[in-house]
Design a protein around this ligand. Structure first.
Ligand SMILES: NC(=O)C1=CN([C@@H]2O[C@H](COP(=O)(O)OP(=O)(O)OC[C@H]3O[C@@H](n4cnc5c(N)ncnc54)[C@H](OP(=O)(O)O)[C@@H]3O)[C@@H](O)[C@H]2O)C=CC1
Ligand SMILES: CCCCCCCCCCCCCCCC(=O)[C@@H](N)CO
Length: 322
């Protein structure tokens, strides 16, 4: 945990980073910023044309173009067998060392009222957001442990898994029924692994993190807005939104400070998170999180009542008095 240490706890210079969902939106912005910081970057997504264009864009932002290397892999991450292929391809590409960092950014959002959404969508959302990250994390952790079992190196900079969740994981929001549980599940996995991977600390340090952005202005966001219920749009207006570059920069800052659960949208995100900390690791000594949580636990009672009032009013307007 960061605390009072000022050392960069997320060094990427000269290290190999795999970014899933790296061809667009937030993943692309993460690729750019990590290239600027000297990382060797692999991006993974399905559409090859997008991957080619974005790889060129990311490589143009390299700080040491003659040393840094860039690569893309086209894969559908909802296929469980693809994670093993990504691991073996990227390990071969990285001088037979498993890459140092896996940032799972691939995902999508299909909003809708629960009963209006076909059952397949509920499954598809879990695959797109949760399993796409789980398969990659599972393959990466296995490969690190196998690699370091024969020659332990616990003092080298930590390996990292970064999951991408959403502030939706911190509060109920009508219309996100198909989506929110997938992002909450990721946070639960991240917290569990942050404890469980301590088992392997004598072999290799592995840290898990989750980033919780609010609204990000991306292609994915535009697409979800085409089918998003008006009431969802109305309730989420409280969060102004950020560009992918702002989200990527705030995420990397949090990682560099050594944070485990990282919000990107200022005080709003910190407040929402501190209201839902439970047994999660605090940032630093947890002073800000703890003080904030005392206030938020009270504020949330009113926020929830206000939101429920808006939901009821919208329902009356839509369905008529019953
Ligand atoms: N936009 C928002 O408001 C918010 C987004 N988030 C989360 O941030 C992450 C990035 O979102 P955003 O940048 O908006 O998304 P975009 O839709 O703009 O980009 C998604 C990326 O993921 C890839 N991808 C999607 N599904 C798969 C798959 N099955 N296999 C491989 N690659 C896949 C896409 O490429 P391709 O389609 O070619 O496969 C693309 O590179 C997501 O996890 C999202 O849930 C969190 C909070 C808010
Ligand atoms: C003290 C606490 C105050 C609480 C105020 C509540 C404000 C609600 C903001 C909710 C914003 C939700 C953004 C979701 C983005 C997302 O994940 C989707 N776009 C999916 O892509």
């Amino acid at each position: 945990m960061g605390g009072f240490q000022s050392k960069n706890q997320f060094p990427v210079n000269g290290r190999a980073v795999v970014i899933t969902g790296g061809s667009k939106g937030m993943g692309k912005a993460v690729g750019k910023i990590l290239a600027e910081k000297g990382a060797n970057v692999v991006i993974v997504a399905r559409n090859v044309e997008k991957l080619e264009d974005t790889l060129k864009y990311i490589s143009e932002h390299a700080s040491k173009p003659s040393f840094q290397r860039f690569h893309y892999i086209s894969a559908d991450l909802t296929d469980p067998t693809e994670a093993a292929r990504i691991l073996s391809e990227t390990t071969a590409w990285n001088n037979n060392q498993p890459p140092d960092i896996f940032w799972c950014c691939a995902g999508s959002c299909h909003p809708g009222l629960f009963i209006d959404v076909p059952i397949e969508v509920l499954k598809e959302q879990m695959e797109s957001n949760y399993f796409s990250s789980v398969y990659v994390a599972h393959a990466a952790v296995q490969s690190w442990i196998n690699h370091f079992r024969s020659s332990p190196d616990p003092n080298q900079p930590a390996k990292h898994i970064v999951f991408t969740s959403s502030v939706c994981a911190f509060l109920p929001l009508i219309g996100y029924g198909p989506y929110t549980p997938t992002k909450t599940a990721l946070r639960a996995l991240s917290d569990t692994l942050s404890q469980e991977l301590l088992l392997y600390a004598p072999l290799v340090a592995i840290r898990t993190h989750t980033v919780f952005p609010g609204t990000i202005f991306t292609e994915g966001y535009e697409k979800e807005n085409l089918i998003k219920p008006a009431i969802t749009k109305n309730l989420e207006e409280g969060d102004g939104g950020q560009t992918p570059e702002q989200v990527a920069a705030a995420s990397v800052k949090g990682l560099e400070r050594g944070e485990e659960l990282i919000t990107t949208n200022g005080i709003l995100g910190v407040a929402m998170k501190s209201g839902m900390l439970g047994g999660s690791n605090r940032n630093g000594w947890g002073l800000v999180d703890t003080l904030m949580s005392w206030v938020v636990v009270i504020i949330m009672v009113f926020v929830r009542k206000d939101m429920d009032g808006k939901v009821k009013a919208w329902g009356k307007e839509r369905l008529g008095e019953r």
